[in-house]
Ligand binder design. Structure first.
Ligand SMILES: Nc1ncnc2c1ncn2[C@@H]1O[C@H](COP(=O)(O)OP(=O)(O)OP(=O)(O)O)[C@@H](O)[C@H]1O
Ligand SMILES: [Mg+2]
Length: 337
């Protein structure tokens, strides 16, 4: 694969499901993934975020050759996932998590030896590779135990070791830190980060701080469609230019005053928080940092509202996600009343 070609590319990728009702396949078709375009540059970590049922796992399964797309195309390491499955699988490591995909009755180390053989790791390399993966995932001390006795977090680590066993150039991880304790999650994030730039990582997660920390770029998927794709900082800027101040004022500013604040240059949004104290109102104003105090405070004072306090706040990726998927209180660009 040349340096320039993306490690993962999807073009109008679509997948429908026809749910079963009883014995018959007569439910309304579900458009789980609806024309997804993706481009993941080699050597980067790319996050696919979205609410439950958004289409993340379905997308990942199509990229991993586990599900056939209904339409559209996808390429991993330059190979077509529908027409060149073998080539894709050789170059791809996948973590789907859960209880499936591991053999409970045999020890962890034998699971890895088995998968190493299956993925074509040469006999001479298998033992070194298995031990390296056990060390990397912190399972070296438990390698002789049967997997059925492993905790959820330990199984998750073994899934990661399995995904990496054949040293794939592209790694796809579906919710890799789910079920891990905070210490193990920190370690796993460090492992993921260490995989780049040698490898390319596509991951899904519901932990937005994790996506913020790990990902070079993020796509948010909702209802099977990508609604935004940008750097974590870019996504936060969409919601509030990355800056927010909370101004506490005496009295209750009129709607015209709030509107005047919204019209100020550099201000993206103004939210009046529910009254928490008699005669006092808290306004959350998001926008370009320098504009907030320069414009907002004089307008409030001129309207007869002494400013009692000004507190800076930063927009988290979580707030941005909630706004973009329509479930939060942080309306986009002043759209909220
Ligand atoms: N085998 C299936 N049969 C029918 N519908 C399915 C099937 N697999 C997924 N779906 C539907 O496709 C949609 C997307 O599901 P998917 O598992 O891709 O979501 P997700 O983004 O991974 O969600 P989560 O965050 O809960 O893991 C959902 O409406 C789901 O019910
Ligand atoms: Mg999923």
């Amino acid at each position: 694969m040349s340096q320039e070609s993306p490690a993962i590319r999807a073009e109008s990728l679509t997948r429908e499901f026809y749910p079963h009702r009883g014995f018959f396949r007569n439910g309304e078709p579900v458009l789980a993934v609806d024309g997804v375009d993706l481009c993941v540059e080699a050597g980067t970590v790319f996050g696919l975020l979205g609410p439950n049922g958004a289409g993340k796992t379905t997308t990942i399964k199509m990229l991993s050759t586990l599900l056939v797309p209904s339409s559209g195309h996808a390429y991993v390491a330059g190979f077509d996932v529908a027409a060149q499955e073998r080539d894709v699988r050789q170059r791809l490591g996948v973590l789907l998590g859960g209880d499936r995909g591991l053999y409970g009755k045999i020890p962890a180390v034998d699971n890895l030896r088995f998968f190493a053989t299956l993925y074509g790791v040469s006999r001479l390399e298998i033992e070194d590779r298995v031990q390296a993966m056990l060390r990397l995932t912190g399972l070296a001390g438990r390698q002789k135990e049967r997997v059925e006795g492993f905790s959820r977090g330990m199984k998750q680590r073994l899934h990661l070791a399995k995904a990496l066993i054949h040293d794939p150039e592209v790694v796809i991880l579906d919710e890799p830190t789910i079920g891990l304790d905070p210490d193990a999650a920190v370690q796993l994030r460090a492992v993921v980060r260490s995989l780049t730039p040698g490898k390319t990582v596509l991951l899904t997660t519901h932990y937005l701080a994790e996506a913020d920390e790990l990902c070079d770029r993020i796509a948010i998927i909702d209802g099977g469609r990508i609604i935004v794709e940008d750097t974590p900082a870019g996504i936060k800027r969409l919601v509030g230019s990355g800056s927010m101040i909370e101004i506490t004022v005496r009295g209750n500013p009129r709607e015209e005053t709030i509107e005047a604040l919204r019209m100020c240059a550099g201000v993206d949004g103004v939210i009046r928080l529910p009254d928490c104290q008699e005669g006092v109102v808290v306004l959350q104003i998001s926008g370009r940092g320098d504009c907030l105090t320069e414009w907002a405070i004089p307008i409030l004072i001129a309207d007869g509202h002494p400013v009692l306090s000004v507190r800076p706040r930063t927009v988290s990726l979580e707030q941005a996600f909630l706004a973009l998927t329509g479930s939060g209180q942080y309306g986009l660009a002043g759209a909220r009343a």
